[in-house]
Design a protein around this ligand. Structure first.
Ligand code: C2E
Ligand code: MG
Ligand code: MG
Ligand code: MG
Length: 296
C-alpha cells in the first residue's frame, strides 16, 4: 500500500518537474526571440534628494512586452536569462541603451544626473564585461562619471578576490559603483569597505518597516550612519509614503527612490518629471546654455 503511494508521488513529482523544465525552455526561447525582435525596452525611475525632492539620478529598469505573454516582470525573466547566459547579450543592450538615453537627455539640456544600470552575477563575471562597459561609454559619448553600476551584495561577495580586481578595473574607467538591495545579504558594512563603492542602496524591506505603527529601527539607523561615515551616497529604496520619507530624512538618509516620487516611467515621461516638478514643491533651475531648449 505504502509502496504504491510512494510510486505515485514520485511519478507526480517527475511530471511536475518536466512541466517546469518545458516551461523554462519555452521562456528561454521566448527571451531569445524577444531579443531578436526587440521586445525589450527600458523604464526609468528617478532617485531624489529627500529634503528638496530634486532628481539626483535615474535608474534604468528593463521591461519585456512579449506578444505571447504580455508584460513579463524582470523577476521572472532575469533568472532565466542568467541561467541560459542570455543575460550577457541582454545586459550589453541595457548598458548601451541606458548610456544612449542619458547622453540624449544631457544633449537636450536636462540637468545632467547619473544613470544607474543593474548588473547581474553572470554579466559581471563574464570576460567581456569591462570592455562592454567601455564600449557603451565610447559608443554613446557618455562621460564615465555619469554611469553607476548597481551590484547586489550577493554578487559582490560571491568571489571576493575577483570582485576586488573587477571593481578596480571598473573604477579605473571612471564609473561609479553601487551596492543594491543592501541589508539582505550576509555581509557587514565593514566588510564591504574593501570594495571601492560609491553608493549604498538600502533594501526596500527596511523601508517597509516604517509603517503607521513604526517602532524605531535600530538597524536602519545603523546602516545610514555607517554609510554616511564611510562617505557613501546613501539611497533608500521603495519609499511609498511621506512618513517613510520624513523618517529617513530625520535619520540622515539623504536620498530615496520609490512610488512616492515616481514609478519607473518611459523616457519621454521622465523628461516631463524633470520639467514640470511633480516630485516636490520646489521649482528646478534648468542647466545648460543658450542653445538648450527653454522649458519655462
Ligand atoms: P532593483 O534594482 O532593486 O530595482 C528596484 C525594484 O523596485 C524595481 O522593480 C522597481 O520597479 C521597484 N520599485 C521602485 N519603487 C518601488 C516602491 O515604491 N515600492 C515597491 N514595492 N517597488 C518599487 P523591477 O523593475 O520589477 O525590477 C526588479 C529587479 O529586477 C531589480 O531590482 C533588478 O534586480 C532586476 N532588474 C531590473 N532591470 C534590470 C536590468 O536591466 N538588468 C539586470 N541585470 N537586472 C535588472
Ligand atoms: Mg537596482
Ligand atoms: Mg534594489
Ligand atoms: Mg531588488
Amino acid at each position: 500500500h505504502v509502496k504504491t503511494e510512494g510510486r505515485n508521488d514520485c511519478q507526480f513529482f517527475k511530471e511536475s518537474m518536466n512541466m517546469k523544465v518545458v516551461e523554462r525552455q519555452a521562456l528561454e526561447a521566448g527571451i531569445r526571440r524577444g531579443l531578436e525582435r526587440k521586445e525589450f525596452f527600458l523604464h526609468y525611475q528617478p532617485m531624489v534628494c529627500l529634503s528638496t525632492r530634486e532628481i539626483t539620478g535615474v535608474e534604468a529598469l528593463i521591461r519585456w512586452e512579449s506578444p505571447e505573454r504580455g508584460l513579463v516582470p524582470p523577476s521572472e525573466f532575469i533568472p532565466v536569462a542568467e541561467d541560459s547566459g542570455l543575460i550577457v547579450q541582454m545586459g550589453r543592450w541595457v548598458l548601451h541603451s541606458a548610456c544612449e538615453q542619458a547622453r540624449a537627455w544631457q544633449d537636450a539640456g536636462l540637468p545632467p544626473v547619473p544613470i544607474s544600470v543593474n548588473v547581474s552575477a553572470l554579466e559581471f563575471r563574464h570576460l567581456g564585461f569591462i570592455d562592454g562597459v567601455q564600449a557603451a561609454l565610447s559608443e554613446t559619448g557618455l562621460a564615465a562619471r555619469y554611469l553607476v553600476l548597481e551590484l547586489t551584495e550577493g554578487v559582490l561577495m560571491e568571489d571576493v578576490e575577483s570582485t576586488v580586481s573587477l571593481l578596480a578595473q571598473l573604477k579605473s574607467l571612471g564609473v561609479h559603483l553601487a551596492v543594491d538591495d543592501f541589508g539582505t545579504g550576509f555581509s557587514s558594512l565593514s566588510y564591504l569597505r574593501q570594495f571601492p563603492i560609491d553608493v549604498l542602496k538600502i533594501d526596500i524591506s527596511f523601508v517597509r518597516e516604517i509603517g503607521p505603527v513604526q517602532t524605531d529601527s535600530a538597524i536602519l539607523s545603523a546602516i545610514i550612519n555607517m554609510g554616511n561615515s564611510l562617505k557613501y551616497r546613501v539611497i533608500a529604496e521603495g519609499i511609498e509614503i511621506d512618513k517613510q520619507r520624513a523618517y529617513l530624512l530625520d535619520k540622515q538618509c539623504a536620498e530615496g527612490q520609490g512610488y512616492l516620487f515616481s514609478p519607473p516611467l518611459p523616457a519621454p515621461q521622465l523628461v516631463d518629471l524633470f520639467l514640470s516638478e511633480p516630485l516636490g514643491q520646489r521649482s528646478r533651475k534648468m542647466a545648460g546654455s543658450g542653445n538648450s531648449p527653454r522649458y519655462d
